[in-house]
Structures are given as structure tokens and as C-alpha cells.
Ligand binder design. Sequence first.
Ligand SMILES: [Zn+2]
Ligand SMILES: [Zn+2]
Length: 394
Amino acid sequence: MTETPLSAAPPRAGLQMRACVLREPGRPPAVESVLLEPPGPGEVLVRVAAAGVCHSDVHLADGRLGDGRWPIVLGHEGAGVVAALGEGVTGVREGDHVVFCLVASCGVCEACRSGRRTLCGPAGAEGVAGNVRTGTRRLHAQDGSALQHGFTIACFAEHAVVSADSVIPIPREVPMWQSALLGCGVITGFGAVSHAAGVRIGERVAVVGCGGVGMQVIAAARLAGAGTIVAVDRRPEKLEHALRRGATHAVDASAGDAAAEVAALTGGGVDHAFEVVGAAPTMRLAWDALRPGGTAVVVGLAPQGVEVSLPAIEFLSEKSIVGSYYGSGDPVAALPGLVELVRSGRLELADMVSHLIELDGVAEAMDRLRRGEGDRSVIVIDPELAGATAGGTP
Ligand SMILES: [Zn+2]
Ligand SMILES: [Zn+2]
């Protein structure tokens, strides 16, 4: 299904634009002038308004998601306006406001047909290969060499060509510097609570890791009616923020036995413990915080090679541990409900954004993520569309 050879194909007439390119791991990504081909069959051109810098971008840039994934235009969480349609595209129109969906599914593989669209095999393979979900590459450096598309999206750029099923239309009322967060952090956190865990009214929940996604897990657990929500993190400012977003208790993981503290606060452990870090010690912490019969849900993206060990005797108490990827459901079906929560004011997104930055601020934003500082950095690529301007704190 590859229409354009992946090697140094001379690009068709396209547009010149600025994009944030990672040349190799360990070297900071930098803004370059690149060429973007027009959308092919089944693809759309999106003028990018705003994009969020996510920890997965950092993992990719640090080489922890595997070799050979560069040079690449980074970015997978964002929002924009459809600027042109490729051949045969239905379902979106020019001028639609959209958010990017980084797990666009093929619709025909076994996982898609069984309703587990986030496990779509063909779509996952295109993502790892650095292609658009349609199997092509539309990005070229000035010397004509092809550039990879970050997570099938590549939205740290003025424009993006993506598969038509990689965009989900949203109403215009939600400002795009906020809706940019919907397509990764929000969908991941809310789906983990509603699909992977199925949190019910009155249940006890712990959230280990209060970064961008962890905060969405807390908000989702509150809206699901959880009775007790224990936030666990090492940084006091994150714990304070978690309490403002609906956590009922906070446990400082930098000192003492955090799992024992969770157990003491909840009369013997929680029904659901969400791990939102992606590291072995925090997965073990989530397991240890469970009461008998409880389930640990691993949401955090662990780098390749990480292994976790568990005390097997505790399977006798019917504890379980499951993974959750990108909300464990059908993102296209889930998104309208999440947008409605934002539009009606029941889900606050503005307070998740700590920095509004320019495209050339990505490297610095990634360093903040590595240090665990601040919340989301959102790149304002088109201030008018985004409804915000870059520069400091919103
Ligand atoms: Zn992400
Ligand atoms: Zn599929």
C-alpha cells in the first residue's frame, strides 16, 4: 500500500513549513524547514493550531522506544483545522476543527473487528515504521530525503498530513490550546478508568504518578464516583494539584512505605491502582497498594527492556494486573463524550497547561518532563487558531 518510495523520492509539489525534527537520540530536536507533500488518497492536510509535549515524545527522543526511529518530525497530541482533503475522503470536511488520534485503526483486522481498536496491528506497525497510517511518508528534508512521521501524526509542525481516520472532529467552542490535550493524555486517562478498570461509585482508587495522564485518571475517577482517590507522587506541587483536581488524599512517595500508607488510608488497600509512570518500582507499588481482589492498571509507557516482578503467592488473593493502552476502547466513540465534559465545564483542561511555548521550545519542554517539572507544555503553532499566544504560563 506504499504509494511513495520511502527513500529519497523527489517530493511532489508541496508546502514548505517549519517542523521540529529529531535527527538522532541524545541530540535536542530542532526546528527545520521541511517539505510536506499534499495529502494522498485517504489522507487529509491539517493546519496545526496547538500541540502538547508528552512523555512518549521524550521516550522516543531518548531512543527508549527502539532504534531506527529518526530522523523524525515529533508530536502526536494536538489539534488543528482541516485544510485539504485527499482523494476519497469522507467524514471530515475542509474547515473542520479536529484533534489528532494517534491510534487510528484499520477497521478490518481481528482486533478492530472485535472492538479493541487501540490494539490494531497494522496501525501499530505503521506507527513504529514512522509512516502515516496509510503506509506512506509525506515529509522530506531540504535534501529530498524522507523524514519519519512521529506516531503517525508529526504535529510539531505548521501542517500535518495524516490518515483521514487519524483526526476526530470537535466542536468549535473548545479552544484548541486546550483540546490539543484530548487526543493523548485525556483519552488515555479516562479510558483507563472507564474501560480498563470500570471504576464504580464508591470504590477506592490509587493513582501512582500525577503527571499529565495521572491527573486525567484522577479527574476521571472523580467523575466515575470513586469514594476515595489517593494520589501518590514524589513532588509536593503535583500532590497539591492532584488534591485540587479531586484526589481525596495525597501520599508522598519520596519517603516511607507509600503502599502501606495507601493501605492505612483505605482500610486495607484500594480496589483499583493506576500506575501512570512506566517504571518497575511504581508498578510494584500499585500492586502492593491493592486490597484482595483488586486490580492494578498499568497505564505508564515503560521503555523497552523494563521487567517487573510480583510476589506470586498474592495471586491467591485474586489480585490482578492489566495493561491499558490509549484508553482501551474505541477512541473515535469515546471522544465526543469527553468533549462534552470539557464544554460543560465538568472537566477542566486549562489548569493542566503550565507552559505555552513556541515551536523552538520543544527541547526545553522535554527537559522539564525529564526533570518532572510543571504540567503540560503546549506549543502554540498558530495563535489565532489556538486561541492563545506563546510565552510563559497561561
Ligand atoms: Zn502522548
Ligand atoms: Zn485494525
